[in-house]
Ligand binder design. Structure first.
Ligand code: ADP
Ligand code: MG
Length: 262
């Protein structure tokens, strides 16, 4: 059955979108069926997948507000490797329009219900705020993947975020768990980053992915070419790190499956 993962952190610029695009491409490269849902009106995941947010006909707005059929709204990334629900400024209107609906928290969950089994992984790129779009993502998801930078105060922010996720979950989605915590833009020469990383492992143990995403210029450049880093520079440290993360996710998933069956 398809796993729905919300990629969230209230903080902007921590690598949510970069993680969504590159993880989607990496899992697709291992022949997994992947859907990426862009829920950020900035449309960075859309542009980074090579889809022009100004030209695209349908977005998450049509899915969430107009209830257009999923098949009419879904598009493909430029490499044709994964499916995408696009976003642009219209999605800001969706956030406001959602307020008018009954059961507004579960619009996304309901829209995905008929198609989620067509995918192995569904990623939701959340906006950097806890608005109704993020609530929709959290209520549609099985789990939350939290990208974070190992900076001063990062741990404090993370504890607050996990607290909020817990509260949200108890209201709209009691089964929601933490998928994993991902260290992004990591610089191993930075002592503070190493200290924060150690604390993170102490607090969150196995939830912290072993794979670390290094600060890598190719990851920052790739969106301007409208492609995940692996199609722009396959041998870059960034592309390799996200491929390794995809492998770790698949292994973790298999281990959980095995435990369930045992
Ligand atoms: P968010 O979606 O959380 O706001 P982004 O994924 O858009 O964060 O990343 C913020 C900025 O940092 C973008 O310009 C992106 O290209 C860049 N970036 C993200 N991850 C890395 C990385 N590992 N190395 C270098 N630059 C990165
Ligand atoms: Mg983003």
């Amino acid at each position: 059955m398809g796993k729905v993962i919300a990629v969230a952190n209230q903080k902007g610029g921590v690598g949510k979108t970069t993680t969504c695009i590159n993880l989607a491409a990496s899992l697709a490269a291992t022949r997994r069926k992947v859907l990426l849902i862009d829920l950020d009106p900035q449309g960075n995941a859309t542009m980074g997948s090579g889809v022009d947010k100004y030209e695209v006909e349908n977005t998450a707005y049509e899915l969430l507000v107009e209830e257009k059929p999923f098949a009419d709204v879904v598009v493909k990334d430029t490499q044709g490797k994964y499916d995408l629900i696009a976003a642009n400024g219209d999605v800001t209107a969706a956030e406001i329009k959602l307020m008018e609906f009954f059961a507004r928290e579960v619009r996304l969950r309901n829209a995905l219900a008929p198609i989620r089994d067509q995918y192995d992984y569904i990623f939701i790129d959340c906006p950097p705020s806890l608005n109704m779009l993020t609530v929709n993502a959290m209520s549609a998801a099985d789990s939350v993947l939290v990208p974070m930078q190992c900076e001063y105060f990062a741990l404090e922010g993370l504890t607050a975020l996990i607290d909020t996720i817990g509260k949200l979950a108890s209201m709209v989605n009691p089964g929601l768990g933490i998928e994993g915590i991902l260290r992004t833009m990591y610089d191993p020469r930075n002592r503070l980053a190493n200290d924060v990383s150690d604390q993170l492992k102490q607090h969150f143990g196995e939830k912290v992915y072993r794979t670390v995403i290094p600060r890598n210029i190719r990851l920052a450049e790739a969106p301007s070419f409208g492609a995940p880093a692996m199609y722009y520079d396959k041998s870059s440290a960034g592309a390799k790190a996200y491929l390794a993360l995809a492998g770790e996710m698949i292994r973790r998933g298999e281990q959980t499956q095995a435990k369930k069956q045992a």
